[in-house]
Design a protein around this ligand. Structure first.
Ligand code: FAD
Ligand code: MLT
Ligand code: ZN
Length: 482
């Protein structure tokens, strides 16, 4: 239910916004009848699972503009939703009712880059891939990479504390982000855009914004430590007979590839069949295996790295850890092998509905959950090829190196019976293993009711106190998170 404490947006409010955001098409609205663009694109999330009813989208062009509009919204009790590239997977980036969307896409300047320290300072609205391409020209790399890189924004990445494909190597944004500039709901600009690696002067307040999902303020700029780009990137893709073998392969990869290991991803055979069928591309390996892994190395010496990866592959094949494997021969093949991992998310959406779970589970029991969930749904007769069955398949993939499983249930439609069988079953299962119900996607609206499975009452209460301190009127991304 819409909370009546929030004001309804009027023509007068829109007039104010138009006055502040001078630029053409910086205000899109369904109120004055002068819309330059359809607001609906901003109401729907990436999965087409959630649809809000905003009548106004604001696209500020500077931190000062963000400050003016937020301060005004706060005074007038107008609820807002910060929005980046709108690729989030938990429904956090779109309104639930008529909250105003504040989209950061016009704030997209790279402010500075220091090639000695590797520190990049940029606006929140810079697209991740644009930032990474900019860095590539300067022999550096953005310390985060994910399948949505062509659309997601670095501010959105920080707001969700995205993990992605190389966390194993470069660590989390909590370590890499050195500074943040943000605007609080009352319009206060928090200038913590430090470029220092070390700064132990009191509480590290910027950490609160990392993973805050738009609930305490709007991130407008970030400074981030970027590693040197490795001149030698290699990828191997292999098939395995069991999840136990995948664990052995991971252990060997850490021991034999050690400092050059940059990703270790797991995909079950079902996901690979789905990608194969949807994309109609020929598989990297001839046989069919229940599990596949993608291993990437990034180092400074191509020949040396190649040799290491080659001898790792020989070792795991000779010792029957891996059933079959292939090594990319050039950068085109590297990119091609990555599509078998990065393409999964999109392909799973093919049937129109997916139940997505993003979980941290101790690695040894990571895949058991996929089997248990599949067994439950099969027993109930809900899984099958024919259209009368709601569930297409039950699959698992993820960042094995980080013990992060993506359990996905692609469906022909969202179905209450299916939902009842998997929730809270999945969350209870994860809680028993002392895992996390959200490893990297955040809580948004989908996971909000389940925070108690991973956080104690005391911790939720502390979060609530922080929220109230930063956002006493509760205008920031309401109905979500906390
Ligand atoms: P949005 O979706 O627009 O917003 C996400 C949340 O952040 C919302 O709550 C929003 O209110 C808030 N927000 C956005 N910008 C700001 C800002 N400037 N200030 C304050 N709050 C803000 N995630 C992973 O962790 N790892 C992955 O490997 C991964 N792969 C993905 C692959 C695909 C194909 C897709 C579609 C998504 C994937 N994601 C992954 C989800 C991930 O959360 C997003 O892709 C990304 O981090 C969100 O960035 P965005 O700019 O799209 O933010
Ligand atoms: C991934 O690892 O592919 C992303 O987190 C997206 C997803 O979970 O599908
Ligand atoms: Zn992921």
């Amino acid at each position: 239910k819409r909370n009546d404490k929030y004001a309804q947006i009027t023509e007068e409010h829109v007039k104010f916004f138009k006055g502040v955001l001078g630029a053409e098409s910086a205000v899109i609205d369904n109120i004055t009848g002068e819309a330059s663009e359809d607001v609906e694109a901003y109401n729907a999330d990436w999965m087409r699972k959630f649809r809000g009813h905003t009548k106004v989208v604001l696209k500020p062009g500077s931190t000062e503009e963000v400050s003016k509009i937020l301060g005004y919204c706060n005074e007038n009790k107008l609820a807002v939703v910060p929005q980046g590239g709108n690729t989030g997977l938990v429904g956090g980036s779109v309104p639930v009712f008529d909250e105003i969307v504040i989209n950061l896409q016009r704030m997209k300047e790279i402010r500075s880059f220091d090639d000695v320290s590797g520190i990049l300072v940029a606006d929140a609205g810079v697209i991740l891939e644009v930032a990474d391409n900019y860095l590539a020209e300067r022999n550096h790399i953005f310390p985060l990479d994910l399948g949505a890189k062509g659309s997601c924004q670095i501010g959105g990445n920080v707001a969700t504390n995205a993990g992605g494909l190389r966390l194993l190597r470069y660590g989390s944004l909590h370590g890499n982000v050195l500074g943040i500039e943000a605007v609080l709901p009352d319009g206060t600009i928090v200038d913590d855009l430090s470029t220092l690696r070390k700064n132990n002067t009191g509480y590290d307040l910027k950490q609160l914004f990392i993973g805050s999902e738009g609930t305490i303020g709007i991130i407008t700029k970030i400074s981030i430590l970027c590693p040197r780009r490795s001149p030698a990137v290699n990828v191997a893709y292999f098939g395995l007979e069991s999840f136990e073998k995948a664990q052995e392969a991971f252990k060997e990869a850490k021991s034999q590839l050690s400092e050059i290991l940059s990703a270790f991803e797991m995909m079950d055979g079902r996901t690979q069949n789905i990608v194969h069928n949807i994309k109609s591309t020929s598989k990297p390996l001839e046989g069919d295996y229940p599990f596949y892994c993608l291993v990437e190395t990034s180092g400074s010496n191509s020949e040396h790295d190649n040799e290491k990866l080659q001898s790792f592959l020989e070792y795991v094949m000779e010792n029957e850890i891996v059933a079959d494997g292939v090594l990319a021969q050039d950068q085109t093949q590297v990119a091609d092998l990555w599509t078998w991992r990065e393409g999964i998310t999109e392909c799973l959406g093919h049937w129109g509905a997916v139940y997505k779970y993003d979980l941290s589970i101790p690695i040894s029991s990571m895949y058991d959950l996929v089997n248990d969930t599949r067994a439950r749904l099969e027993e109930a007769g809900l899984v099958g090829d024919d259209d009368s069955k709601p569930v297409v398949d039950v699959v698992g993939y993820g960042h094995m190196g980080d013990a992060n499983l993506h359990l996905n249930v692609p469906c022909r439609r969202f179905d209450k019976e299916v939902e009842k069988l998997i929730e809270p079953f999945v969350y209870e299962w994860v809680q028993k293993k002392k895992g996390s119900i959200s490893a990297e996607h955040g809580l948004g609206i989908t996971k909000k009711p389940y925070i108690g499975y991973s956080r104690s009452e005391t911790m939720v209460k502390l979060m609530q106190q922080i929220k109230n301190l930063y956002d006493p009127n509760g205008i920031m991304n309401p109905y979500k998170y906390i």
